[in-house]
Design a protein around this ligand. Structure first.
Ligand SMILES: C[S@@+](CC[C@H](N)C(=O)[O-])C[C@H]1O[C@@H](n2cnc3c(N)ncnc32)[C@H](O)[C@@H]1O
Length: 437
């Protein structure tokens, strides 16, 4: 067996990276966590399973005090600790939300509450929770435009869309914020600034848990499915674990059970979903190393660049791919090019006399040795070209890190994404080199 390619070595590698990332430093003695624990206790939550800790690979998270068995409850947080739109409507903001037309969205209600409570400082009942929230975030909307420009497409376009969305959302919420002036001594423009709004939006976006949709008469019809869950939201993501998480109507608690088990003093993870790294960066502002869902996508249009420009049937072939949904979700992964990518390439590499066989290709049949070889060669060519392009960007990021020290954290995040993609492409190239005769 080739070194490092088999299942056993993959598992061993995963275990190694798990133990290196999982050694945490207990942080429960810190005043902010002592205050948070008191606050949670007042709301009928006492935790005997987890402690806050700092982990070298993932940052702040939660560590198990004892070993956790498969199926065991990790956390059961009472409703009284959750911050939902109910909390907001019951608060001093309620009458203003009810009055405002058109009705504000559930996300706006949550953001408004977070901003006003943060502004209230020591007077806020939510202070112990607010004090453990990050001061800033690394979602693309928070990145400097020159850093966003270093992201791969189509993530770059999505990052720009995210920024435009948050800016529009803020602009369209300003008149609602102005209506809250009677509640504050200071000018609302200063309280509900763009920076404060961005912080609140990122807090909700990166930390909220999913709740069964509710409908509040005074809010817009957009899905009301998000709740902030203090303490529980210290759980970091791992693509390797499975959990069951939901609000239990019978117990009135938000419950998470592990389906994976966890050793004593290891970091307890939950899974935010089967996201690839670009999705994790877009939605949560981080990437996960050794992510089995990570891949490097290539668009159908881009494939054409690597095929003979003289092919008169190329236009027709592209139409077939588009009509049959084979022009998207084409990827290079840890195990080589995806079946969809190879199928698309086989179709694009058909000789003129093979054209009638296009259906067979889409059904996964081999139409000729030449077609198999040409498509694999083309996949190899594309993969090598992607590797070169990735190395060029990595050099650019590295140069920029030296010139723009103030952007080092943002640039390191982008660098981590490209480095992971380079690893995937190299793994794909290796698989392809074994497949090409
Ligand atoms: C729900 S919070 C988890 C707790 C968070 N680490 C904290 O200190 O508050 C989600 C955020 O944690 C970070 N995070 C979660 N899982 C991570 C991981 N595997 N590696 C690095 N950062 C992670 C990301 O910044 C993400 O937006």
């Amino acid at each position: 067996m080739q070194k490092g390619r088999g299942r056993t070595s993959r598992i061993r590698r995963r275990k190694l990276c798990r133990s290196a990332d999982s050694r945490g430093v207990n942080e429960s003695y810190k005043s902010e966590f002592i205050e948070l624990k008191k606050w949670l206790k007042d709301r009928k939550f006492e935790d005997t399973t987890l402690i806050p800790a700092y982990f070298p690979g993932t940052g702040r998270g939660l560590m198990s005090k004892t070993s956790l068995q498969e199926g065991q409850m990790i956390i059961s947080l009472p409703e009284s600790c959750l911050l939902t739109t109910d909390t907001v409507i019951r608060s001093f903001l309620g009458p203003y939300l009810k009055k405002w037309k058109p009705p504000p969205s559930p996300v706006l209600a949550l953001c408004t509450f977070l901003i006003s409570e943060k502004h209230a400082g020591n007077r806020s009942l939510w202070k112990p929770y607010l004090d453990i929230l990050p001061q800033s975030y690394t979602c693309p909307v928070c990145l400097e435009p020159e850093v966003v420009d270093l992201l791969p497409e189509p993530l770059r376009a999505k990052a720009k869309e995210q920024r435009a969305h948050v800016q529009d959302f803020f602009a369209s919420s300003r008149s609602f914020f102005s209506s809250l002036q009677p509640l504050f001594v200071e000018a609302v423009d200063g309280i509900f600034s763009y920076d404060a709004f961005l912080w609140a939006w990122c807090t909700v976006n990166t930390r909220a848990v999913y709740m069964r949709p509710r409908r509040q008469d005074c809010l817009s019809a957009e899905p009301d499915t998000q709740a902030l869950a203090p303490y529980l939201d210290l759980l970091n993501h791992s693509p390797h674990v499975q959990v069951k998480a939901a609000f239990n109507e019978k117990t009135g608690c938000y419950e998470i059970r592990t389906a994976s088990g966890c050793r004593k003093h290891e970091q307890v993870f939950i899974c935010y979903g089967p996201h690839d790294d670009r999705q994790l960066l877009l939605e949560y502002g981080f990437i996960s190393r050794h992510n089995p869902h990570a891949c490097v996508p290539i668009s159908g249009e881009m494939l054409v660049k690597y095929l003979p420009p003289t092919d008169k049937q190329m236009h027709k072939k592209m139409s077939i791919l588009k009509d049959h949904g084979f022009a998207e979700n084409l990827t290079f992964g840890w195990d080589g090019p995806s079946w969809r990518l190879l199928t698309a390439l086989k179709l694009l590499c058909m000789e003129a006399e093979e054209f009638t066989c296009w259906k067979k290709i889409l059904l996964g049949e081999v139409i000729s040795d030449t077609n198999e070889k040409t498509s694999l060669d083309t996949a190899q060519k594309i993969c090598c070209s992607f590797i070169e392009e990735t190395m060029v960007v990595l050099q650019k990021v590295s140069d920029m890190k030296e010139r723009k020290v103030s952007l080092i954290d943002q640039l390191s995040l982008v660098e981590a994404l490209w480095t992971e993609e380079l690893r995937i492409l190299k793994a794909s190239a290796e698989v392809l080199s074994l497949q090409t005769p």
